[in-house]
Design a protein around this ligand. Structure first.
Ligand SMILES: [Zn+2]
Ligand SMILES: [Zn+2]
Length: 329
């Protein structure tokens, strides 16, 4: 069969799948979904285009509020490393590198996703969408799976040559900002991206999964990653409501101290494995100093925090040098 004939066969077979569907019972979004697939005429191209555009829109869309917040001095009181606000030049430099990896690494991978997913039985052009009741346990599984995968793979990336040749790029910023979430070596995007994608691929073996659930997962995962790099901890940040949620307060320390806090979404693996010891000590020190400085001015408290941060960062620079030559600290 020629390429043209096989493409035509795929196109006609997927349109046949809509036979017998009661379109009037579908939601507005489901109707647009069908219209998109029918208009493109080829599910591989339709999914590939939609996935890439969705990823770009969500990634940069989520970064915009953080760029605005960085430009407004009002928000500095919630900045974790107050003295380190990214310049416009740094944000632009980071955007260029992120766009480069999006087009060179993520675009081909996203394109391959549809044939792989469909081969494993994932629903794509199908309607209706799954119910919320079906989606919630699947999303929880993706979160827990990715968090554990990232916890292990991220620690491996801190070892000697892997750090020196791959992960060092992501650690360029000791005080991260939203756009820096995917600022990484292409190999790192591939390695750590596997944690995000393998959960849905594995799920296909034991449950019926729809790509719309995967889109929801990718959106939540991008929000998680960008917010964790934002550099801000607000009183309403998620970890202040759900104590085991990692958030910026957890990951910012990883960038500042170079060690500890390797997970993405949850704090439990770092706590169980003791890879948050330095982080806990640091938090305790800050709290003890604050208690001892009850009558001090805001400036004096800020100066104390800046001093403790500088100590942690100096220790981090030493730890990074040691990691590069293969020493484990
Ligand atoms: Zn790291
Ligand atoms: Zn990071």
């Amino acid at each position: 069969m020629s390429f043209h004939n096989s493409t035509a066969a795929v196109a006609s077979s997927f349109i046949d799948a809509y036979t017998g569907t009661d379109f009037s019972s579908l939601s507005w979004l489901e109707q647009q979904w069908v219209a998109w697939y029918v208009w493109v005429g080829n599910p591989i191209i339709a999914t590939g285009l939609m996935s890439f555009l969705m990823h770009e829109l969500v990634y940069f869309g989520r970064c915009v509020p953080w760029i605005i917040i960085d430009s407004m001095p009002y928000f500095r009181k919630w900045k974790l490393q107050a003295g380190k606000v990214p310049s416009a030049a740094e944000q632009w430099e980071c955007t260029k590198q992120v766009l480069f990896t999006h087009f060179t690494v993520e675009l081909p991978l996203i394109w391959l996703f549809h044939p792989t997913a469909e081969g494993l039985g994932m629903h794509t052009y199908h309607v209706p969408f799954p119910t919320v009741k079906t989606m919630i346990p699947q999303l929880l599984f993706f979160f827990v799976f990715e968090d554990f995968f990232h916890f292990c793979a991220h620690q491996a990336l801190h070892i000697g040559p892997l750090y020196k040749h791959i992960h060092k790029i992501h650690h360029k910023y000791s005080a991260p900002f939203g756009l820096a979430a995917e600022y990484a070596h292409p190999a790192e995007v591939f390695i750590l991206g596997a944690g995000t994608i393998c959960g849905p691929l594995l799920a296909c073996f034991f449950t019926q999964l729809h790509i719309v659930t995967v889109y929801l997962w990718i959106t939540l995962r991008l929000f998680q990653a960008i917010d964790a790099h934002s550099g801000y901890d607000f009183p309403w940040s998620l970890h202040n409501i759900i104590p085991f949620w990692s958030g910026a307060e957890h990951h910012d320390f990883h960038h500042m101290a170079f060690v500890n806090n390797y997970s993405t979404s949850f704090r439990w693996w770092d706590r169980i494995c003791g890879t948050d010891k330095k982080y806990q000590e640091y938090r305790a020190k800050i709290q003890a100093s604050k208690n001892a400085m009850k009558n001090a001015s805001k400036e004096q408290v800020k100066a104390m925090e800046a001093k403790l941060m500088a100590e942690v960062e100096a220790e981090g620079i030493r730890a990074e040098k040691a990691a590069e030559v293969g020493k484990v600290e």
